[in-house]
Design a binder for this molecule. Structure first.
Ligand SMILES: C[S@@+](CC[C@H](N)C(=O)[O-])C[C@H]1O[C@@H](n2cnc3c(N)ncnc32)[C@H](O)[C@@H]1O
Length: 186
């Protein structure tokens, strides 16, 4: 059980433009995110992916960004204002035990879990909540950082997700710890 959360000051490093050379948000997200979607992003940090999610859902869409740390969310909001995207991004502070997204049950079109699941204290409960908010047939992109997560630990998380009812829509490729999970259609 993890009790670690990325320190807030590291959040600034995670939004450096240089990161795009290795992880380009537009390239990673464009295949999965369409205009007018409702997207949930737990653990957005300072919003490296959130701004691109907001661009992709467009003015008719919505991104709900939920983080444990208010300092991450405050900087995310400032960056969203700066890029004219604040009207479609809602930030919520959560606790370790409760994501506080009960109102989104069955209403979310896409979930992004990028480099955050390894910090979650109770991943099974967390993934069950994510399953509940997704519309049937909709997907979760799960990616973990190889510096903190071993391939076997990643596989264990994916297996846990399948036990909870997710199916694997796109398996991990090469050395990337990244899969697309889907809540099966009804
Ligand atoms: C390593 S950072 C990654 C940030 C961002 N996803 C990225 O890739 O740049 C992990 C983030 O997840 C947040 N976090 C950790 N546990 C969480 C939980 N149980 N619920 C919501 N956010 C959480 C941390 O506060 C931190 O902002």
């Amino acid at each position: 059980m993890s009790t670690h959360a990325c320190p807030w000051w590291l959040g600034y490093l995670l939004v450096t433009p240089l990161r795009r050379l290795l992880e380009n948000p537009a390239k990673i997200l464009t295949p999965w995110v369409q205009p007018r979607m409702t997207v949930l992003e737990p653990g957005p940090g300072m919003g490296f992916f959130t701004l691109e999610l907001a661009r992709l859902v467009g003015p008719g869409g919505r991104v709900v960004a939920v983080d444990l740390q208010e300092r991450m969310l405050a900087t995310l909001r400032r960056r969203a204002q700066k890029f004219g995207l604040a009207d479609r991004i809602e930030t919520r502070r959560c606790s370790r035990d409760d994501l506080g997204i009960g109102d989104l049950a069955g209403r979310v079109d896409f979930v992004l879990l990028f480099h955050m699941l390894h910090e979650v204290a109770a991943p099974d409960r967390f993934l069950r909540t994510v399953h509940t908010v997704l519309k049937p047939g909709c997907a979760v992109l799960l990616a973990e950082p190889p510096v903190h997560v071993s391939p076997s630990a990643f596989q264990a998380s994916v297996q846990e997700a399948t036990k909870l009812g997710f199916e694997i829509a796109e398996p991990a490729r090469g050395r990337r710890l990244q899969v697309l999970l889907r809540r099966p259609p009804i």
